[in-house]
Design a protein around this ligand. Structure first.
Ligand code: MCA
Ligand code: AMP
Length: 547
């Protein structure tokens, strides 16, 4: 059998189903032919024989066209920059500009949202569904088809945006060889098989949805069934269909599935439980899986969820075993080919390495090394350098090695939150809020939430006198009428929420929008004037935890 690579499926799989979406199933042969054709169109449009690392942004709903486009960009020598359909224009344009995209591809109504951005930037917009624009989903090969370029493992493949401790998200660049190393490690650890079919419910602008749940099965010759977006009852029905063998999700999704199960009738519950119980593998990751969710899931399906730990920069690092004990509340052991260490940052002392503890019970920062670790933060050389010590990537996560299993204790920074599996920078939300004409200062924190892990919360100080017109760009939907009455003579937290919530929603991805607001006269600060985040958390009736 010919060995597959990231976007060259084995020839023996041509007639096997690769992708099921929108009620249609498409084979590996169709995926291969479609992506070759689209790669040629991309090259023809760029009058090039190799895109040589040009960034191509693409926006479309999860489905066959997404995969064809991703592979086409890779085949043409470009760097794939997936854009998120849920993001407001401001976020989409930030990514397009930061990645310095030289072409954009869109499909359907969703994709057309970036047409204006392309026009304004003088770069081509290729619409997948419109043959008149010379970019058909299928159709004649452009004349004189030059051979597609050979893409070596060192070539950059993808830029994904991840939130950091400093303001706007950073682009994480991974090379083809790094993505392949990530995939091979998981294929080995989780025993992916050609006969697997995964139900895919995750967003396609993050590693979890892209590499773990899409690239891995396609590398193995398995099938990917796109659900569209996550909906609890529909997900249960598909899990119970007898056609799905693998499922991967963030803890919030498992929590939502449990709630839907509890709300269902007895006969439905039995059907769902029996069906889901027959799956080969169910994985949880991207945020801590509460032990109560692990246990409840086992009770109703018989499955001990396999929890693992990863990060955009490193791919996957640690995992509970496929065979052997899956220990709740832990993220298991190093995955194949991944070097894992626990280090005390203040001294550099190595506390543990692999599954060996040198200082049993001591907690430290997780540091990772291996062929799957990213190349660089896009055009941020200083941040890239600062992210490594002696070739080890500094994850910023604290953990302890207990009886051979790693247990995560939390993030070292209070300014990184996780909500529903999405990483959020408190600093980014604060910086935006401070640009509102009525806001003097603010502090954003994460408050614990049973289903979401954390929710974003903002404490806000208003300017003494609000000049409603000041600083508002034309067309912004916050009218002076909306500003004046709620603030009134005596504004309160609810009034602040009613004005700032819609204002933030227009500008930030919805998962970054604060869900709790407090109007305050001042923010708790230390002697140096630095805001004390644990004390801010206490404003939301959350017991302070150390920062
Ligand atoms: C939706 N809402 C959220 C979030 N998602 N609020 C906070 N955090 C969120 N993550 C809000 C919506 O704005 C809405 O509020 C309300 O919740 C319900 O929205 P709905 O669309 O119905 O929610 P949903 O479709 O059920 O979405 C929940 C979700 C989604 C399916 C859990 O958040 C999701 O797909 N999360 C996965 C993220 C992910 O893949 N992360 C991987 C990155 P309102 O009505 O007020 O607007 S981490 C990674 O890749 C590393 C490498 C790793 O280790 O995996
Ligand atoms: P991201 O930057 O979106 O790739 O998110 C990576 C971060 O998610 C990690 O640094 C961890 O803080 C968190 N994370 C991933 N998996 C887990 C897990 N199983 N348990 C706790 N946190 C996790």
């Amino acid at each position: 059998m010919t060995a597959p690579t990231l976007f060259h499926p084995s020839r023996e799989w041509s007639d096997r189903v690769a992708v099921l979406s929108s009620g249609a199933s498409r084979t590996y042969g169709e995926l291969e032919a479609g992506s070759r054709l689209r790669a040629r169109h991309l090259l023809a449009a760029a009058t090039a024989c190799d895109l040589e690392g040009a960034r191509v942004g693409f926006l479309m709903e999860p489905g066959f066209e997404y995969v064809v486009t991703q592979w086409a960009i890779w085949r043409a020598g470009g760097i794939a920059v997936p854009l998120c359909p849920d993001h407001p224009d401001r976020e989409l344009r930030y990514v397009i500009d930061d990645a310095d995209c030289s072409a954009l591809i869109g499909a359907g109504m969703t994709g057309r949202r970036i047409e204006d951005a392309a026009r304004e930037r003088g770069i081509p917009f290729h619409e997948v569904s419109d043959p008149k624009r010379g970019f058909p989903a299928a159709g004649p090969v452009p004349p004189d088809p030059a051979p597609l370029p050979w893409i070596g493992p060192e070539r950059a493949a993808m830029i994904l945006y991840t939130s950091g401790t400093t303001g706007r998200p950073k682009g994480v660049v991974t090379a083809h060889g790094q993505i392949e190393a990530h995939i091979r490690s998981l294929l080995d650890a989780w025993e992916w098989e050609r006969d697997d079919r995964i139900l895919h419910v995750l967003p396609l602008h993050h590693t979890h949805g892209i590499v773990n749940a899409l690239c891995c099965p396609l590398y193995a010759g398995a099938a990917v069934e796109f659900a569209g977006s996550f909906e609890a009852a529909a997900t249960w029905d598909r899990l119970a269909s007898g056609e799905i063998s693998v499922f991967m999700a963030v803890p919030t999704i498992y929590a939502k599935l449990l709630r839907a199960w509890e709300a269902a009738a007895g006969s439905t519950r039995r059907r769902w439980s029996r069906g889901a119980g027959a799956l080969r593998l169910m994985v949880s990751g991207s945020a801590a899986l509460p032990v109560r969710v692990f246990e409840h899931w086992e009770e109703i399906t018989g499955h001990r969820l396999l929890e693992r730990y990863g990060m955009t920069e490193i791919g996957m690092g640690l995992s509970n075993p496929y065979e052997g004990e899956r220990r709740p509340g832990t993220v298991g052991q190093p995955l194949p080919d991944v070097g894992v260490r626990l280090v005390r940052p203040s001294t550099g002392r190595v506390l543990a390495e692999g599954v060996e503890a040198f200082a049993p019970g001591a907690s430290g920062e997780i540091r990772i090394r291996g062929p799957m670790v990213f190349s660089e933060y896009w055009r941020r050389p200083e941040e890239t350098t600062a992210a490594f010590v002696d070739g080890w990537f500094l994850t910023g996560d604290e953990a302890v090695l207990e009886d051979g299993y790693y247990r995560l204790l939390g993030r070292r920074s209070v300014d990184i939150l996780k909500s529903g599996g999405y990483k959020i920078s408190a600093v980014e939300v604060e910086e935006l809020l401070r640009t509102h004409p009525a806001v003097r200062d603010c502090a954003v924190v994460g408050i614990p939430d049973e289903d979401w892990g954390e929710r974003v919360a903002a404490a806000v100080i208003l300017k003494a006198r609000v000049a409603p017109e000041a600083g508002l760009a034309p067309g912004v939907a916050v009218s002076s009428a909306a500003l004046s009455p709620p603030w009134g003579a005596e504004p309160d937290s609810a009034a602040v929420a009613s004005v700032l919530d819609p204002w933030v929603r227009k500008r930030l991805a919805r998962y970054k929008v604060p869900r709790a607001w407090r109007l305050v006269e001042d923010l708790p600060r230390n002697a140096m004037g630095k805001v004390r985040k644990p004390a801010v958390r206490a404003l939301f009736n959350v017991r302070a935890r150390p920062s």
